[in-house]
Design a binder for this molecule. Structure first.
Ligand code: SF4
Length: 407
């Protein structure tokens, strides 16, 4: 069946199903209220699933689905994946300038089905050198997405030099100017930088950021600076969205997590439910690369029940015992302990894009972002780095592979 033929038939069924599901929860998506995670009561009749459980996104007044469809690296067949995710009840979609053509594929979808726009929460991002630059990038983002407004515009991947932005007058002015255009509903930033705790603490202090997207792990040390910063933001009503919670972390089977298995959950479903158990987080951005992953993760959201501490610790032990490769993000203590300028956490992220995501292009981009000094781990005490890392990443085994694959 050709793409054109399938899309016209699907379009009628798609719209019937999607609209029916959305009609049942429009109040929720467009800013109704519901505690913790709520499911829609009205079952749509034609093919689509009800909208997934939602949660309030900080003090924005908007409810977003727990599952946020990430599109980093433009997964193959994204056009079809977007529609499948929508029919599976996902209503939160995430993209960025620099995610290859993901924005344009979303734009084509919205052009083909304009009725969808008002039923979804759409986030995009842009890297900028100064906060005021973002205003100049806005129309570019709108054009790529073929829409006249963005629900959430992120300053993409705040780096160490930008740590004070979230409490700066310049970023506050830029955020207000963006909202005043009437083309951006909310403003935020994403981060996986070693200064992540300070950046998030600064956002609580600044008080003008609506949403933060960050790498997060459900067993984050409760006494850590990052955890305290998350508490401060949550108390200020700043929305929190997690990312990179599965990549390189599900290198174990259900046998290793019997209590999760007993609930009929896969390791990936268990990890997502562990994140959603932390009510500070409104959603998890997951790069959904095939329809099986979409259905598996949507099922995890639909069947979400908070996990017990024992269940979360069981997952933690299984992840740590399985040689995880993705750095869940912290203050970069691995490099400090190893006595190196190399950004070991970022090298681990590039490796995971290559090996777990199966996205060599994205891996090369992440590697290319690092300077020669930040890539050079030679002479570093990798045993000390592993010891310091609360994710116990095996740098000695991984880094020669990073050089072989990306060097
Ligand atoms: S210590 Fe571990 S978690 Fe922290 S930055 Fe390094 S690799 Fe990432």
């Amino acid at each position: 069946m050709s793409e054109a033929h399938s899309s016209s038939v699907d379009r009628r069924v798609f719209l019937q199903a999607g609209m029916a599901a959305t009609a049942a929860t429009t109040g929720l998506i467009a800013g109704g209220s519901a505690s913790s995670a709520s499911a829609s009561s009205d079952e749509p009749k034609a093919g689509g699933q009800p909208v997934l459980p939602t949660r309030k996104l900080g003090k924005t007044g908007v409810e977003v689905t727990l599952l946020n469809h990430g599109t980093v690296g433009e997964p193959a067949g994204l056009n079809r994946l977007l529609r499948t995710a929508y029919l599976e009840g996902v209503r939160y979609f995430d993209t960025a300038e620099g995610y290859r053509n993901s924005e344009r594929v979303i734009g084509d979808w919205l052009a083909a089905m304009p009725e969808v726009r008002k039923t979804i929460f759409l986030a995009t991002k842009h890297h900028v050198g100064t906060p005021s630059e973002m205003l100049k990038k806005l129309d570019e983002r709108l054009a790529a997405l073929r829409t006249d407004y963005i629900d959430l515009l992120f300053f993409h991947g705040l780096n160490t030099a930008q740590t004070d932005w979230p409490k700066s007058k310049e970023m506050k002015d830029a955020a207000e100017a963006l909202r005043k255009t009437g083309k951006v509903r909310f403003v935020g930033f994403s981060t996986h930088d070693a200064k992540i705790a300070e950046q998030i603490q600064n956002a609580a202090e600044g008080g003008f950021i609506d949403v933060i997207m960050l790498k997060y792990t459900p067993w984050l040390d409760k006494g850590s600076a990052l955890n305290k910063a998350l508490d401060a933001c949550h108390a200020k009503g700043i929305g929190l969205v997690s990312m990179k919670q599965l990549a390189g972390q599900t290198r174990f089977t259900a046998q290793h997590v019997p209590s999760i298995k007993a609930k009929g959950l896969t390791p990936a479903q268990g990890l997502l439910q562990a994140i959603w158990t932390d009510e500070r987080f409104s959603a998890s951005c997951v790069t959904l690369r095939n329809t099986e992953q979409i259905r598996e993760n949507a099922d995890a959201a639909r069947r979400f029940e908070p996990l017990t501490v024992t269940e979360i610790n069981e997952l933690r032990d299984a992840v740590l015992a399985s040689n995880p490769t993705m750095c869940p993000g912290c203050d970069g203590r691995c490099s400090l302990a190893a006595g190196t300028q190399a950004r070991l956490g970022d090298l681990a992220r590039a490796y995971t894009y290559h090996e777990s995501h199966g996205m060599p292009g994205l891996a090369r981009e992440a590697y290319a972002e690092l300077s020669a000094e930040e890539r050079d781990w030679q002479g570093a005490d990798l045993a000390a780095a592993r010891e310091a890392c609360h994710h116990k990443i095996d740098f000695a085994a991984m880094l020669p592979e990073v050089d072989r694959l990306l060097g």
